[in-house]
Design a protein around this ligand. Structure first.
Ligand code: ZN
Ligand code: ZN
Length: 298
């Protein structure tokens, strides 16, 4: 059986979308990095609106700073798009972009790609972005936010599991990320993150692992390993109540622990019904979730 996380290396906990006083966040860049370091994070991508916030002079040791930016625009039926560029060029090299609500989603995406960013679709549930809205850019996105803590605590629209499956069901091979998008740093931080398996804690290694999909997203549970071959997928995880193998419409499988107990491992046989893709989602007794990226079948 092959592991979904086959690289040699270590697990690093990371934040890919968060704000500082350089836009509408409540903490300075230095204090944001310190806050995440204190919550056990290994890397943080600062993604202020329309601005690449430089690494603070007094950045704390032991937490890797990654430059990023968030752009918005591109009208949809219900609102607009927010796109996050992760690991863009440093602030000194970043060409300032004037905020312009007339940019289309494609133009925003190309602006971020021109700055070497990995582009993620931010909080589709908060914006009301549908699969039809995102179809034009979906194949050029690195990922979409399946979880956004800020949107969850603000209006209860942090979860975008359905939007992810809508895109996957239409054959867009898109990865998922969980993020905080923190602004206030009391109830909106440390609630959604990615765990990346990389050789070292460097921008280059983290980016390579993100691109390869060697990570999972979580709001609590830990995924120790996922093993797969032609006939089965096995997940090993921290104690959870429920494990889902989410697949194409009407396909997939699910298992629930007996009342009062938990699961830490489960094997799904693929012969029991599987569509064109499968992704694993687990839920613990507190209702916290974790998600693997999808695997695709011919
Ligand atoms: Zn946003
Ligand atoms: Zn944001």
């Amino acid at each position: 059986m092959k592991s979904l996380f086959s690289s040699q290396g270590h697990w690093f906990k990371g934040m890919l979308h968060t704000h500082t006083t350089e836009s509408d966040g409540w903490l300075s860049p230095e204090r944001v990095l310190k806050a995440y370091k204190n919550m056990g994070f290994d890397f943080v991508c600062l993604t202020d609106h329309w601005k690449v916030t430089p690494k603070p002079e007094k950045a704390p040791e032991g937490v890797l700073y990654i430059p990023g930016v968030e752009l918005d625009g591109g009208a949809t039926e219900a609102g607009n798009f927010h796109l996050v560029g992760i690991d863009v060029r440093d602030s000194a090299a970043f060409k300032p972009i004037k905020p312009n609500k007339e940019y289309s989603a494609r133009e925003l995406l190309e602006l971020l790609r021109a700055e070497n960013g990995l582009v993620a679709l931010a909080h589709p549930s908060w914006n009301g972005v549908t699969c039809a809205d995102a179809a034009d850019i979906a194949d050029d996105l690195f990922a979409m936010e399946v979880w956004n803590s800020g949107c969850d605590v603000e209006i209860g629209r942090g979860l975008a599991d359905v939007q992810w499956d809508d895109l996957l069901s239409r054959n867009h091979k898109i990865k998922g990320i969980a993020v905080d998008d923190a602004h206030r740093y009391y109830i909106d931080s440390g609630r959604g993150w990615v765990m990346v398996k990389a050789e070292t804690l460097s921008r280059q290694a983290i980016r390579a692992a993100l691109e390869k999909g060697e990570y999972y997203s979580s709001t609590g549970p830990i995924i120790h390993d996922v093993l797969l071959d032609d006939s089965a997928i096995t997940i090993k995880c921290s104690p959870v109540r429920k494990i889902d193998l989410v697949s194409s419409p009407t396909k997939g499988q699910s298992t629930l622990a007996p009342r009062g107990s938990n699961l830490t491992e489960h094997t799904f046989l693929l012969s029991n019904g599987i569509g064109r893709y499968a992704r694993l989602r687990i839920m613990d007794s507190a209702g916290c979730l974790a998600w693997t990226n999808p695997v695709f079948f011919n």
